[in-house]
Design a protein around this ligand. Structure first.
Ligand code: PLP
Length: 380
């Protein structure tokens, strides 16, 4: 019997024209931030309804810059979900502010808006929601809460580039939005990210914040007033981003079609909690396919399940994500067990299954069969 090749849970899809284009940039003599970054930013801005966009070295850098732009620091509180990636609480803590966690919805995994409203205090300065694949935070409701309390919203759209909210491209409205172009994301620049801003004044401040704080003076010299970091994106990466944007619609359509196949082929008897089923024209994008395992009747742990998938079935899986309030950092900010049941259950039971544009329909069937086999063997 032929051994099937290993199926990773994510793999970037870079076409030949983009690889050729990267070669041209490498041969051009200008490889750090330059004309390709400008082109990439303009293309992103077009998608975002003409709002200024700045490309940076990662979404983590984008969140750090967004918090600095909002003037967030010691004594301030920032509300976020207990179920998202470490970036969010890390950057809030690095700014010297306090991350205030709230729970999320068990199925959509988006931040619980009622809990957000209840967590607002006079010290709240911002809310950072993460939009989950397959379902977006209700931005109208969230922006209404933010306006009522005079706080900023920094949308962590790392997992949802291309999502449309009631027909509007994510990032084309609202306050500040951050994107990730990490290799596991919908669109990649190897490493990279972007920040969508409100106006030219904010963009000028981000220009300084992402590059040493440098301001160019009329006499050709430079000044520094704010201690900026070094978060610029090189042209090599931006060239990849431009190539990916040209294929954006095809990439999004392929990811969605693979998810539809997951729903069609999913073994009911596996008894897992699935993400929201794609509805026609819901505008949602799919960066990951995460399910909750039925640990209550499994005789093996999640780690053993993942091990069986990897070793026996040749299929990679991931974990998205641990509960932020239960990390050592989160506990330092008052996090304790039992505080956010949905975020904690997701952290215990979640596995991320393969989903990437170059996957075949047969690969989805293979994953579904493997899940059925592994779970059937460990039923209590
Ligand atoms: C929800 C979320 N936010 C932010 C990030 C940070 O992205 P980057 O790796 O580009 O810094 C990630 C990365 O995995 C993420 O999953």
């Amino acid at each position: 019997m032929a051994v099937e090749p290993f199926l990773p849970f994510s793999r970037p899809s870079i076409d030949a024209a983009t690889i050729e284009g990267v070669g041209d940039v490498l041969r051009s003599g200008w490889i750090t931030s330059g004309p390709w970054v400008q082109t990439f930013e303009l293309r992103l801005a077009e998608l975002c309804g003409g709002r200024p966009v700045r490309a940076v070295s990662s979404a983590t850098a984008a969140v750090e810059i967004a918090l600095a732009l909002a003037g967030i620091g010691p004594g301030d509180e920032v509300i976020t979900s207990a179920q998202t990636f470490f970036t969010v609480s890390n950057m809030i803590a690095r700014a010297g502010a306090t991350p205030v966690f709230v729970d999320c919805d068990l199925v959509t995994r988006n931040i619980d808006l009622r809990a957000v409203e209840a967590a607002v205090t006079p010290r709240t300065r911002a809310i950072v929601p993460t939009h989950w694949p397959g379902s977006a935070t209700d931005m109208d409701a969230l922006l209404a809460i933010a306006r009522r309390h005079g706080v900023r919203v920094i949308e962590d759209a790392a997992l949802s580039f291309g999502t449309r909210f009631r027909g509007r491209f994510g990032g084309s409205f609202g306050d500040v939005t951050t994107f990730s172009f990490h290799p596991n994301k919908t669109l990649t620049t190897i490493e990279g990210g972007a920040i969508v801003l409100n106006d030219g004044a904010e963009a000028t401040r981000v220009d300084a914040l992402r590059f040493h704080g440098i301001e160019r003076l009329g006499d050709g010299t430079r000044d520094v007033a704010i201690p900026g970091g070094k978060f610029n994106l090189p042209d090599v990466n931006a060239r990849i981003g431009v190539g990916q944007l040209e294929r954006l619609d095809a990439i999004l359509a392929r990811r969605r079609s693979l998810v539809e196949r997951y729903f069609m082929r999913w073994p009911e008897e596996a008894d897992c909690l699935l993400p929201p089923r794609p509805a026609p024209d819901d505008g949602c994008t799919w960066n990951m396919f995460c399910v909750l395992l039925p640990l209550e009747w499994m005789t093996i742990t999640r780690a053993a399940f993942r091990d069986a998938m990897q070793q026996r079935e040749g299929i990679g899986t991931g974990i998205s994500y641990e509960a932020l309030h239960l990390t050592t950092l989160g506990r330092r900010h008052g996090g304790r067990e039992g505080q956010f049941p949905n975020a904690e259950r997701i952290a215990r039971e979640t596995v991320t299954l393969p989903l990437f544009p170059d996957m075949l329909d047969d690969d989805v069937d293979r994953v579904c069969d493997a899940v059925r086999r592994v779970l059937a063997e460990c039923r209590r």
